[in-house]
Design a protein around this ligand. Sequence first.
Ligand code: FAD
Length: 323
Amino acid sequence: MIVATGYQEFDASRITHFGYGKLPNVITSFEFERMVREGRIETAEERRPQYAAILHCVGSRSLEFHAYCSRVCCMTALKYAHELKSAVPGCYVSDVYIDMHAFGKGCEDFYRRSSEVKTLFIMYGKNDYPVIRKAEPGDDCEMLIEVSEQLSGERIEIPADLVILMVGMEARADAAEVARLVRISQDKDGWFIESHPKLDPVATTTEGVFIAGTCAAPKDIPDSVAQARAAAARILGKIAKGIIEVDAVFAEIDEEACSGCRICNELCPYGAIEYKADVKRSRVISALCKACGACVAACPSGAIRARHFTDEQILAEIEGVLA
Ligand SMILES: Cc1cc2nc3c(=O)[nH]c(=O)nc-3n(C[C@H](O)[C@H](O)[C@H](O)COP(=O)(O)OP(=O)(O)OC[C@H]3O[C@@H](n4cnc5c(N)ncnc54)[C@H](O)[C@@H]3O)c2cc1C
C-alpha cells in the first residue's frame, strides 16, 4: 500500500493582524493561483493592482504555529512576482520575506533575475509579523503593510492593492485517522514517519506500507513524484518475483492455551494479530509479524512464543555454550 494523502493549507485567518477574511484584497496563494488560471489578476473592486505585495512564511517558521519551513513557498513567491509583472505591466511588486530559500537547480539564478526586474525585496524578522491595515482616504493604495525592516532596522510602510499570503503546508486534519487505519506513526507536527529519513525514506515501520509526497513532509512536485516512483519500485520489487519472502522468526499462538483476552491484539505495533470471533481465540498473521516479542511478554496465559526462540531452544543453546 502507498499512502499519498498529501497536505492541507494553513488557515491564514489564524494570524489576525493580516486581516485575511476581513480585508477583501488580502488573498492566499491558492486564491492567487485561481486568479492566474482564470486570467483575471484584479482587486475585489475589479481594478488592476498598481501595488502588489507577497508575504512569505504565513504559518511556517514561527514559534506560534509551525516551526518548520514549508519549503516550496519562496520559489513559488518568485514565480508569482513574475506572473504579476507580466500580467499587469507597471505593477510594483514587493516581496516581504524572512530568509530566501532558493535551493535547487536554477533557483538562485531565478532569484537574481527577479531582483533585476525590480521586484522589491523587504526582509522582516521571524515572529515579528507585519501588520496589514486599510489605507486612509487620499492614500494612493488600498492597504498599508507595516514592517520592521531587518536590514535598516526601521519600521516602514509598504503600499498594496493586493496582498498574497504564502500559506504554509500542514498535516491534514484527518492524518491521525489514516495513521490509525494503516498502522503508521506521525511526528510531532502530524507528518507520517518514514522507516529511516535518509536510508529508507519511503518505507514505514509497518511491513508493506509505503509513504510518498507531502503526507510525510512539505516538498515540491518533483520531489513528490520521485518519492512516488521510489515507493512504486519498492512494491514492484517485492511482488515481481511472484513470492514474498518473510522472516523465519515470528510469533505463534497456542490456540489451546489462548484465553481470547485480546491483550495482544491491541499491543501488536504491526497489526499482526487478529481475533477469530468464531473460536474466541487470537491468531498471528505470520507475514506481518516482526518478531518484536511484545505479545510474548504480555500474554497472561503464556500462550504465545516466538518461533525458533522457545524456552527449550534457548536453554539448549545455553547448555551448549556452557558444556
Ligand atoms: C501555495 C502553494 C503553491 C505551490 N506551488 C508549487 C509549484 O509551483 N511547484 C511545485 O513543484 N510545487 C508547488 N507546491 C507544492 C505542491 O502542491 C506539492 O508538492 C504537491 O501537491 C504534493 O503532492 P501530493 O500528492 O503529496 O499531495 P496533494 O497534492 O495534496 O494530493 C493528495 C491527494 O490525496 C487525496 N486524499 C487525501 N486524503 C485521502 C484519503 N484519506 N483517501 C483518499 N485520498 C485522499 C487528496 O484529496 C489529494 O487529491 C505548492 C504548494 C503550495 C502550498
